[in-house]
Ligand binder design. Sequence first.
Ligand code: PLP
Length: 329
Amino acid sequence: MTEAHLYRRFPALKASLPRLPLGTGPSPVRELTHLPTASGSVWLKDDGAYGDGGWGGNKVRKLEWLLADILRRDRRTVITVGGLGTNWGLATARYCREHGVNTALALVDQPMDDHVRDQLQRLRDSGARLYFTHTKARTVATVPWLLARHRRACFIPPGGSNAIGALGYVETAFELAEQIREGALPKPGSVVVPVGSGGTAAGLSLGLGLAGLSDVTVTAVVVNDTLRLDRRTLDRMARRTATLLTDRGAALPDVQPAPLVVTRDWLGPGYGHPTPAALAALALAREGENLALEPVYTGKAMAALLDLDEGGRSSRDAPVLFLNTNGPR
Ligand SMILES: Cc1ncc(COP(=O)(O)O)c(C=O)c1O
């Protein structure tokens, strides 16, 4: 297992910020040549292929840091929240169980379809304690009750998007920079990612800045209207992550994070509501590129990418990189 890029770059972090490797990087990159884009090339970095044990996607990247921190603090139960089809909750439950930690999930209603139904069954099978709190207000009110009810418990926000979880995508940005240096892909002008809770986009923005790629734009496609996910919020998350690194002894260079362009144009009626554009993008990715996306996050991000490109709104000639955050299960 190779050492984390963050440890190589900031050796002081080795002792102060533990990481529990759950996957083997780098995740693969390839050009997507069959998408109907009007101009410019499109590349894929496939984090669906990151993660050992049949799991992949962006949750694995975050849990490498979050779970290590949970174990370091000797917590016995993780309390977290998500929608009825939460990928985050399922990944947390499975990885925590493997490491002897219990999970309690407060679940908010979301539109029901076959995908959500299957996810809910997987959640029931995962060993997590499920609490159906239905609304956001009831979920927020339930968390302190759950914390009081479980011994040695800790709360992790939705999607694992706090400063520690975002480290997963600081690390990924360094990994990407190395792949570019080695010639595995050309330097992109922008990286397109979905935003469900923000940790992926915020971590990437900081990481790209630290890895010498602060001129690469992060196109952050908001797919969730139940959380505040504007640019200020994501910038703040990136700053908090930088502060965490500094507090733990990393001598950060004085660089800007990569710019975040936040768009809500592909959200449709709301979180979990499929849009025709997302369903069309999903089919194109599957048929043309053998790439499995899903309608809630990555389908909407791919729809954004296709549209940005077609409309010539991607301002540079450099390739666009699609970061696939969807993992197999
Ligand atoms: C497949 C997938 N992609 C993207 C995201 C969003 O990432 P983030 O929560 O870091 O914004 C999630 C979960 O929230 C997800 O399950």
